[in-house]
Design a protein around this ligand. Structure first.
Ligand SMILES: [Zn+2]
Length: 680
């Protein structure tokens, strides 16, 4: 579970912009002053729209995003990239656009605007904020058919998303036919269990299966299917960006091609050996075929979460690290990523890597090679700023905003992988407000290429469920990517609700935003109780990354929500010494006080190892010296499918000034999360 846990813990703790922006500002200056209207049926919202109330153009033919019916179009290179201007008058529709994409966007806007065979008379001027407006689907953890991907292209293109990234390779299964290495799909595109979680948790018994074996779960895309998908998406204005993960998350690669493992390693290995020339031959061959299928300028080469353990014992890795004068074998990742990025550059392509590529010392010391590395930022804003300072372009896909999180009260929706991310929570992510280093603002170094919604599919077993998680949240990404920070949340919600009819008519299994229950209602207002503002002494500290409000957090009256990293839950980790309780605190009420109940809410969330305590104890004291235990609860570990919050509570009649609370877990590395000590 190490890999997944790391991903979740880390996360849970997890346009050529220069040009486009310049274009937009020039464009804005050229506009006559006119009132900006908000039109809910348009998503994303155009930059400028003026509608003539009550006046319509009756359409002779139904509008279609590809037909030029009723439409006069011309190219206008003075407009920004992808930009367009629409005039709907009594005499017809005219569109000026910078390029073919602009014309396509104009048609999409008109389709959204048309109702009952007519169009309101209007003038629209529009261009995107970011050149990269993406959606990533992980097709490795669970496999989704091409028909599903084409349907997503149809949906995404309606909202001016222009990138579909496919996470094609990972431990869950290799999903792309490679002619040079047929064993990849023959041996590692199939596995014994359809449910990724059950399969992954089976540890040493985890097995891949051969293609065609009875009961095998999995699949892969043939090159012909992928070419067809690429062409289909291109017709709808979407570039398919392939991701071939390396050197980590590669259990399936080393299972199919054991020669790529470290020297002397007989067991399973999640990372390929970065010190073997065969590894480089392999990836160059694979990438040649990948580039042949995908015309995308950008090729994603992963680079995240390599465990690097086998490298430390591999004589070949130790030797190469010494030769390269690296501080440790861990730094060989930089060597591999550099070589692969340089290889792609030979073909005029550019590499994208997850932001761990920034830790590579070689990338750090060789900016000339490093500059064609684009960084997909998933950890935090700090990584984004660091990447840009070093001259890399970034695509923002922060882990906190991954679409595999619960979008509503976990008790009422299917099991998800991550914490809680409502549409409103997602809308809080405003890349335009990312604090940039001063040197960046002068435009010297890297750029924000754009934003992307990532759908990891550990828990997402079916196409229907994938759509349920994608929509409507991906529409918020589309809005951010296109219009930037222009809309308020109520406006966004209104325009998303206005899409529900289209979604339903087109059989999209979107989450019903109208029915959303939202975050825990307990979190809406502060709780009043006797220990509010009381001083808390920590005999063992909370973890810095889960500090919530710091030392006053457990008596501030503020309760946590469905997400363990919403800044309201305080986290305590069980260390190796089991006698030392990870949660060990004393609350001072200031004076001896009559007591009727003491309650602590606890969270359990199995995937990042957050558990209800196995032992829990409350003691009282009048003077802080003589203690008497009033409550003790021992509880064996219970496996829970979903995020759960439950109270640990003493009720009775007693008195005291000091309250001592201890809670512990059975195993090192496990976490206890609590939000408040409620004393009544
Ligand atoms: Zn090695």
């Amino acid at each position: 579970m190490i890999t997944c846990m790391k991903r979740s813990i880390a996360k849970l703790i997890r346009p050529r912009l220069g040009k486009a922006v310049t274009g937009i500002s020039v464009f804005l200056l050229a506009l006559p002053a006119c009132a900006q209207q908000f039109v809910p049926q348009l998503l994303p919202q155009p930059m400028k729209i003026e509608m003539k109330k009550g006046e319509y153009l009756r359409l002779r033919h139904p509008l279609d995003s590809t037909l030029a019916t009723d439409l006069r179009s011309s190219l206008d290179p003075s407009l920004p990239q992808e930009g367009y201007v629409i005039d709907v008058t009594a005499g017809g529709i005219s569109v000026r656009s910078h390029d073919a994409s602009g014309l396509r966007h104009a048609r999409t806007t008109l389709c959204q605007l048309a109702a009952g065979g007519r169009l309101p008379l209007c003038h629209i001027e529009d261009a995107p904020r970011y050149a990269w407006r993406g959606c990533m689907i992980d097709v490795s953890r669970h496999f989704f058919p091409v028909s599903f991907l084409k349907k997503q292209v149809d949906i995404l293109s309606r909202y001016k998303i222009n990138i579909l990234q496919l996470h094609l390779t990972d431990a869950g299964g290799w999903r792309i036919q490679i002619r040079r290495y047929p064993e990849l799909t023959r041996k590692a595109a199939w596995r014994t269990e359809s449910d990724w979680g059950r399969w992954w948790d089976s540890g040493k018994d985890r097995q891949y299966m051969s293609e065609g074996a009875p009961g095998a779960y999995g699949g892969y895309y043939t090159q012909a299917e992928l070419r067809e998908l690429v062409a289909y998406a291109a017709g709808k204005g979407i570039t398919v960006v392939p991701e071939i993960e390396m050197p980590g998350h590669s259990n399936e690669v080393t299972a199919a091609c054991p020669g790529l493992k470290c020297e002397g390693n007989q067991g399973a290995q999640g990372d390929v050996c970065p010190s073997n020339e065969e590894t480089y031959r392999f990836y160059c061959d694979v990438l040649r075929e990948v580039m042949d299928i995908f015309p995308s300028h950008y090729i994603h080469i992963g680079g995240d979460e390599a465990g690097k353990e086998a490298w430390r014992k591999c004589p070949r890795c130790i030797h190469l690290a010494g030769q390269l004068r690296l501080a440790s074998t861990d730094d060989l990742q930089g060597f591999l990523i550099q070589r692969m990025a340089a290889f792609l550059k030979l073909f005029g392509r550019e590499a994208i890597g997850w932001d761990e590529v920034l830790t590579d010392k070689l990338v750090r010391s060789e900016p000339s090679l490093g500059t064609n590395m684009n960084v997909m930022v998933w950890r935090d804003g700090k990584a984004a700023r660091e990447a840009m300072l070093r001259g890399h372009n970034v695509i923002l896909t922060p882990g906190e905003y991954y679409l595999d999180r619960y979008q509503d009260d976990p008790r009422f929706v299917p099991k998800a992988f991550g914490g809680y991310l409502s549409l409103e929570g997602l809308w809080k992510y405003a890349p335009g407000k990312l604090a940039l280093p001063d040197s960046l603002q002068s435009g010297q170094t890297g750029h924000i290429l754009g934003v992307q919604g990532n759908l990891w599919t550990e828990q997402i077993t079916t196409p229907d469920y994938a759509e349920y998680m994608l929509y409507p949240r991906e529409l918020a990404i589309a809005e951010r990517g296109w219009s930037g920070d222009r809309l308020t949340y109520p406006q966004l919600k209104a325009s998303i609700l206005a899409q529900a009819g289209w979604m339903k008519a087109n059989h999209v299994n979107a989450f019903d935003l109208k029915s959303a229950r939202g975050d825990r209602k307990e979190t809406l207002g502060p709780v009043t109780h006797l220990a509010r503002q009381a001083r808390v002494t920590y005999n063992s500290r909370y973890a810095d990354k889960y500090a919530a409000g710091g030392d006053g957090s457990l008596t501030d009256g503020i309760l946590g929500g469905w997400s363990n990293n919403d800044g309201r839950w305080q986290g305590f980790m069980q260390r190796g010494d089991r006698k030392k309780q990870p949660l060990d605190i004393v609350v001072d009420l200031g004076k001896v006080t009559p007591l009727h109940s003491i309650t602590m809410e606890m969270m359990q969330f199995d995937s990042p190892w957050i558990f209800f305590p196995n032992t829990f104890r409350i003691s009282l004291s009048d003077d802080g010296a003589a203690w008497r235990e009033v409550y003790r609860k021992e509880q064996p570990r219970e496996h829970l499918e979903k995020v759960s919050v439950r109270p640990w509570q003493w009720k009775g009649k007693d008195r005291g000034r000091y309250i001592h609370i201890e809670a512990g877990c059975d195993n090192p590395g496990e976490w206890i999360f609590t939000d408040e000590i409620i004393v009544k």
